[in-house]
Design a protein around this ligand. Sequence first.
Ligand code: SF4
Ligand code: SF4
Ligand code: SF4
Length: 579
Amino acid sequence: MAMVNVTIDGVKVQVEAGTTVLEAAHQAHIHIPTLCHLKDVNKIGACRMCVVDVGARALAAACVMPVSDGMVVKTNTPAVRQARKSVLELILSNHERKCLSCVRSKTCELQALAKDLGVDESRFDGANIEYPLDNFGPSIVRDPNKCILCRRCVAACRNVQGIGAIAAVNRGFKTVIAPAFEKKLSETDCINCGQCVVACPVGALREKDDTDKVWEALYDPEKFVVVQPAPAVRVALGEEFGMPIGTRVTGKMSQALKRLGFDKVFDTDFGADLTIMEEATELVSRIKNGGVLPMFTSCSPGWIKYVEHNFPELIPNLSTCKSPMQMEGAIIKSYYAEKAGIDPKNIVVVAVMPCVAKKFEIERPEMETDGMRSVDISITTRELARMIKDARIDFTKLPDEECFDELVSESTGAAAIFGATGGVMEAALRTAADVLENRSVENVDYVATRGIEGIKEATFTLAGKELKVAIANSTGAAKKLIRRIQAGDASYAFIEVMACPGGCVNGGGQPMVNAETRMDIDPRVERAKGLYTEDEKKVIRKSHENPDIKKLYAEYLGEPNGHRAHELLHTHYVDRSKK
Ligand code: SF4
Ligand code: SF4
Ligand code: SF4
């Protein structure tokens, strides 16, 4: 690769040809402010916050300007500083400035820039258009009054997820980011993945806040309120309290949930082990009995909705297994309720998820058992952090000792890795290998399933037979994979799809990571590392060896995929296409 020499603010730096001025400056530890730029997602040079002097007549946008050999860049001249201030003032002139009550206060990139650049009052106060909130769906709230038109959400939805539910509509002063034809987000093909939310630098997109519902349940003396956090939450929650990205806080998280007042703190990891029991059995049965293949995983509600809208012909290929969250909820309201002698109607199951699509999933009628929802409230990692802060719990000082309650919490390493892309596949392979080979296979590390490439493929030999598998993370990657399969260019027995890039660790409900941090750190990689460490530390690393799972089948469910398991743990899907 050809290298070029550049001087930035007097610092000489050698970078690969084709590098942008922004990236070159970053390598020289010079931080140029940005708003519309988001690494791997959006690079359009639209907001002009990153302007620099490259010796030309006009200032250049550093995020799209490639370096050239001998280039001299100045990032801090009076003209540059004035240009950036003017950009900020213009944005703020049409912005609903309510930082005190805004959910993004302290994580807002606009607020931080205004503080850094000393812009607090706008010179351009003028006519503002007041837009109604779009808060009609279960997962996401759109607030165009706070939108700065950076288009990071548009790129995340269209380019990464391959969906295109939102775009810039109208022109000039009336431009707004919205679904076409004045539809509400819930009336489009939006899959509630929340990738637009984590891409948004401000409070214009956010999850629907359900924390009040949780407080209400906790204060209700008639209710028995239990909680179950998902695998990916424990490697991200600490970030909300200043810990490095990917820090494992499983113990502190369980302690915080206890202090919030939940009657029982269970673990979705148990539900993940249960999912593997059902899903691996379903896969082995489809392979042995000539069932529909490839079989796709079904844990990710965004992915399920994507299939229902866009590829309904693939519905028979989806595993009928409910997600770990739903399985855990169904078992709490049946097996646990029976054991504890509690009327399931009085149990409120709260799930803490890295995902905003789970808020949609809990409302699906197909997830009900005997007319009762298995999970009553689903909150995100961010919402849990807000509750912990609201309760004035000093999270960092909590003991790092797990205090999950017994019966439906014990879990294995296989469950821990569910939160990373490839994790469900690897967990399923650990169990399928033992079942097919009728012995305890020593190897549990299927490393070909790991990593953050959009599509991963591997072939494993189990019981003398080749098993071809694929993993897609992001719906954009899944779309490419499906097209290849439908064109006859690829074939597999088993495919894992997670709607979010990197899997649940990078879900739409996870802590915000700003654009500048993303230049250096990939949260998908760091959080996944935390989960693989959690896996390695577990004594038991295969789902079918979990003693409480064995007990559940022996005492209550019978066989995996048996009659009772089907009633409680399996579901069906709906064709949402307009074909
Ligand atoms: S989006 Fe940012 S600047 Fe706007 S009100 Fe919220 S915190 Fe303040
Ligand atoms: S939630 Fe996902 S599908 Fe919906 S608008 Fe946002 S990125 Fe697009
Ligand atoms: S909603 Fe957020 S990400 Fe989308 S254009 Fe507006 S400010 Fe940017």
